[in-house]
Design a protein. Structure first.
Length: 295
């Protein structure tokens, strides 16, 4: 369906957290209370990690050329959902792509199987009409533009919104909005997390249902957004049988935070993740990060 940037031989880092950070293993080959998004575009590409990075279509024309078909009409505030062959998202292919009426990327996300914590539904996870199946989506455009037929200048979009939360587009905005600084993983960036009950730049409650289910990453040089991950509270279909990474016990999931953070999670023992990247991972080397994942 899409192009692959390639794979790399397993390194010590990749062996240690191969499923945790599957996307990082490819590197060698190649406003709400949570903060308002900064100015400028999100990025110039959309990659999804699936063992190796997979390039996702940025326009409706590209999507159709790759075999995607409309699943819905243009839904106000969301866009046109397209899927491979027009079929329903399923356990092995749960990811979602949305486009504007003008054919530009409008958002992305995934479906998941299993009941989310009550505190996260319906704010972030929405019922799909299928029992036990929920979905989450990030919007990259002004919702007023999505079904208007108007075009925008930005390739991916000018914002990242999940529910009523705006994901900061710069690390400075993230700090000013009480996002916690985390580990830098080469190829991805400096992870940040947001505690919905006790937002702070110094600590978290470490309660699973308090964790915002989207974690942004930032380039340590430009300090602009480079990626996001969607975290899931249970086991999903993971690579090589699905599109999620994992499953991870807390000890591996906590590698997204600095070693000194005190990371541990009450209320969840296993996690699955899905990464989306917006910039060239080869330029994201964690050279100026305060902490980073090493071998």
């Amino acid at each position: 369906i899409s192009n692959t940037m390639g794979a790399t031989k397993t390194t010590n880092m990749c062996r240690y957290g191969a499923l945790l950070v599957a996307a990082a293993c490819v590197l060698g080959v190649l406003g709400s209370a949570a903060g308002q998004a900064g100015g400028g575009g999100v990025g110039d590409q959309l990659l999804r990690s699936f063992g190796a990075f997979r390039s996702m279509p940025l326009t409706m024309d590209e999507a159709r050329a790759q075999g995607y078909r409309n699943r819905t009409g243009c839904v106000p505030g969301a866009g046109v959902l397209v899927t491979a062959g027009g079929g329903a998202p399923n356990r092995t292919a749960p990811s979602l792509l949305y486009y504007t009426a003008a054919g530009q990327l409008a958002g992305f996300g995934t479906r998941a199987w299993g009941e989310p914590p009550e505190s996260l539904e319906p704010r972030f996870w929405r019922e799909t009409g299928e029992r036990g199946v929920y979905e989450i989506a990030l919007r990259t455009r002004d919702e007023r533009l999505i079904c208007s037929g108007e075009r925008a200048d930005e390739v991916v979009g000018d914002r990242l919104e999940v529910g009523a939360v705006s994901i900061p587009l710069t690390m400075r905005d993230a700090h000013n909005s009480n996002w916690l600084y985390g580990n830098c993983i080469p190829g991805m960036g400096i992870h940040h997390s947001y505690d919905l009950v006790h937002p702070s730049v110094t600590n978290m409650t470490w309660v699973a249902e308090n964790l915002l289910p989207v974690m942004p990453m930032y380039n340590s040089i430009t300090q602009r957004i480079s990626a996001v991950l969607i975290n899931i509270w249970n086991v999903q279909a993971t690579l090589p049988f699905g599109e999620f990474e994992g499953p991870f016990p807390d000890s591996l999931f906590c590698k997204n935070w600095c070693d000194t953070s005190g990371c541990h999670f009450d209320g969840a023992s296993v996690w699955s993740t899905m990464h989306f990247l917006f910039t060239d991972p080869r330029k994201n080397l964690c050279l100026k990060a305060e902490c980073k994942l090493v071998g």
